[in-house]
Design a protein around this ligand. Structure first.
Ligand code: HEM
Length: 214
């Protein structure tokens, strides 16, 4: 039976969304590796990812900008699903139950839980700061026309935002691997009814309405 005919599966992420997500993930790895290589000599070995030091200097800004653009296309339509609601505070206050997997002690969760929502806004803020400060410190095109103080402040903010985004991505990947069945949501695009009921019950109820969640 073709996967889309299986009555026990619900679509969570469409084809285009999944493609955008994995392009962002790949560009993120390339930008993060080449960025760290340029940040500190101890991490210079990572420059090999983009073909050496010179190529890292040339390509890092283009890879980063491409990541920011694809990320904007991917993340903008999800803004509404990530809006924080009163129940999200309760969810965050009961993190212990979350970690112990006692979802029945938590408020019903919509498409994304409060942890995912907070991380979403952290990622949006970091990518925006990285893109803006990255342009400001891009010597070849922009940095020359800006006061040196602005370029220095931008360089500092760029490194800070990169650090937070890398930490955020580590938490994101760990959470995706930890919640069994979550990775399939972004590879196949579907989750089981049981998974939706356990982890995102309010979203599940919305999806089984005759309008199919629309
Ligand atoms: C190998 C790396 C990655 C893995 C394994 C991964 C895994 C996943 C999975 C499984 C989901 C679906 C979660 C769900 O439907 O509940 C997801 C969603 C998402 N991912 Fe990733 N991801 C990776 C890298 C990234 C990177 C680098 C970014 C951004 C810089 C990112 C941003 C997002 C966002 C914004 C969502 C939507 C969730 C939300 O809006 O709260 N991911 N990811």
């Amino acid at each position: 039976m073709a996967e889309h005919d299986r009555p026990d599966l619900i679509e969570r992420h469409g084809r285009q969304e999944r493609l955008q997500h994995w392009v962002v993930a790949l560009l993120f790895l390339l930008a993060a590796a080449s960025g760290m290589a340029l940040f500190h000599p101890a991490l210079f070995w990572l420059a090999a990812v983009l073909g050496g030091g010179t190529w890292s200097v040339i390509l890092h800004p283009f890879v980063g900008l491409a990541m920011a653009l694809v990320f904007a296309r991917f993340a903008a339509p999800q803004w509404g699903d990530n809006r924080l609601l009163p129940n999200d505070r309760v969810w965050l206050e009961r993190l212990r139950e979350v970690i112990e997997g006692r979802d029945e002690h938590l408020p019903e969760v919509g498409k994304y839980n409060a942890g995912q929502k907070v991380l979403y806004f952290v990622m949006v803020a970091c990518v925006a700061v990285l893109a803006l400060t990255g342009l400001a410190i891009w010597r070849r095109y922009f940095a020359g026309g800006l006061p040196v103080g602005v370029v220095r402040a931008a360089a500092l903010l760029h490194a800070l935002a990169a650090f937070v985004l890398v930490l955020g991505a580590v938490v994101h990947v760990a959470a995706a691997l930890w919640v069994k069945g979550a990775v399939g949501a972004m590879t196949r695009g579907t989750v089981t009814i049981g998974w939706a009921w356990k982890h995102h019950r309010a979203w599940f109820r919305q999806m089984i309405r005759p309008t199919g969640g629309r």
